[in-house]
Design a protein around this ligand. Structure first.
Ligand code: BT5
Length: 264
């Protein structure tokens, strides 16, 4: 398999009960280029929904828009294969679902922390980024064939290089002790599965949570989309997860998370 050239130490594990969908099959590596690539190739070969690819370290961890993702040992880096029956235009909702899952898992493990979501896909603690979500979809026409949901969480990372040292944090830095990757992954997969199954009925539950944990809503923001700049109040998320901004002239602007934007 081409994508496996850079992989070291594959083991196939079962970390959760047979009853669960997410994590019934887990491919675990010590070193990979990116778990996204491996999961994508497994999904193309028909791997079942809920399959997880996790690595201790990534040499080419990816963020959105091909940005880099710092992924040394000590973090939790994994990709989850999903096969939802949704339109391609709704993939953006899964980014939000991933971020809500991260925040819920952190809250349940560490009730003194107050993690937030910086719409659409960042998990923050005390305004610093602790985790992120990246969804990559393969389509059939206008529908989704499969989605790879990549999640990175700075679990036990102690030091970040510049400039991340100003913007990133880890759970270990926040709580002051080591956190088991396996235990945290299992809890996070449970949260993600709950949200995912509920989103099949309706997405409103996920949006409600995203509103609740949002670091943006109610704040004055400056949004750059391409060469345009919009200034206004981050007012709400709509039912599809788009951000609604009330502009200074009283009109509304919806920001689709698939656009290339920057919010300050
Ligand atoms: C994300 O992108 O936040 C998505 C991150 C997804 C990473 C996972 S790890 C498992 C799977 N395999 C992969 O290769 N990727 C996924 P974005 O919103 O574009 O944020 C990227 C930006 O976050 C970068 O430009 C940096 O500024 C910053 N960044 C990079 N590494 C970071 C880290 N470890 N912690 C906090 N911020 C980081």
């Amino acid at each position: 398999m081409k994508e496996t050239q850079n992989m070291v130490g594959l083991s196939e594990q079962k970390i959760v009960t047979e009853k669960r969908l997410f994590g019934r099959k887990v491919y675990s590596y010590t070193l990979v280029d990116s778990t996204m690539k491996i999961a994508y190739s497994l999904a193309k070969k028909g791997a079942e929904e809920g399959t997880v690819v996790v690595a201790e370290e990534q040499t080419q961890g990816k963020g959105r828009g091909n940005r880099y993702w710092f992924s040394p040992q000590g973090g939790l880096w994994f990709s989850l294969i999903l096969r939802p029956q949704i339109a391609l235009s709704d993939v953006t909702q899964l980014n939000i679902l991933g971020a809500v899952g991260i925040v819920e898992a952190i809250r349940k493990n560490f009730f003194l922390l107050s993690p937030q979501i910086r719409w659409p896909n960042d998990a923050l603690i005390r305004k610093k980024k602790v985790g992120g979500v990246l969804c990559r979809a393969k389509s059939i026409g206008k529908n989704v064939d499969f989605i790879i949901m990549g999640i990175g969480i700075n679990l036990n990372i102690e030091e970040f290089p510049s400039p991340l040292c100003f913007t990133a944090t880890s759970l270990k830095r926040e709580v002051g002790h080591y956190i088991s990757e396996e235990v945290f992954l299992s809890g996070l997969l449970r949260e993600l599965e709950k949200l995912y199954l509920s989103s099949k009925e309706s997405f409103s539950f996920v949006i409600e949570k995203a509103r609740l944990f949002s670091s943006l809503l109610g704040r004055q923001v400056r949004v750059h989309i391409g060469k345009e700049e919009f200034v206004g109040l981050a007012q709400d998320l709509d039912e599809r997860g788009e951000l609604i901004i009330r502009l200074e002239n009283g009109t509304y602007k919806r920001v689709d998370s698939r656009e290339d934007f920057l919010i300050r």
